[in-house]
Design a protein around this ligand. Sequence first.
Ligand SMILES: [Zn+2]
Length: 86
Amino acid sequence: MNVETIKTGKCPVCGSNEVYDNREKNPIGYRGFISVSAMYSFNIEAFVCLNCGYFKEFIKDADLKNEKIKDKIKEKWNKTDRANIG
Ligand SMILES: [Zn+2]
């Protein structure tokens, strides 16, 4: 599947290449992670298009492959589906 994503360095909204990310950076004040439980959290990486302002956050790939973190999310968070909206 070929999903349009800002991760390629090209903005999926305006097509600009003025895309920056904070991977391997740790900006002061930026929430670099989200706690899932007392023991587990996942790291966030952010992407921004400086042309149109499109902004997107992702869980780091390494955390997406971490089954313990994913199990905790499945345990603690709601499964999102249409029936739960509103
Ligand atoms: Zn853009």
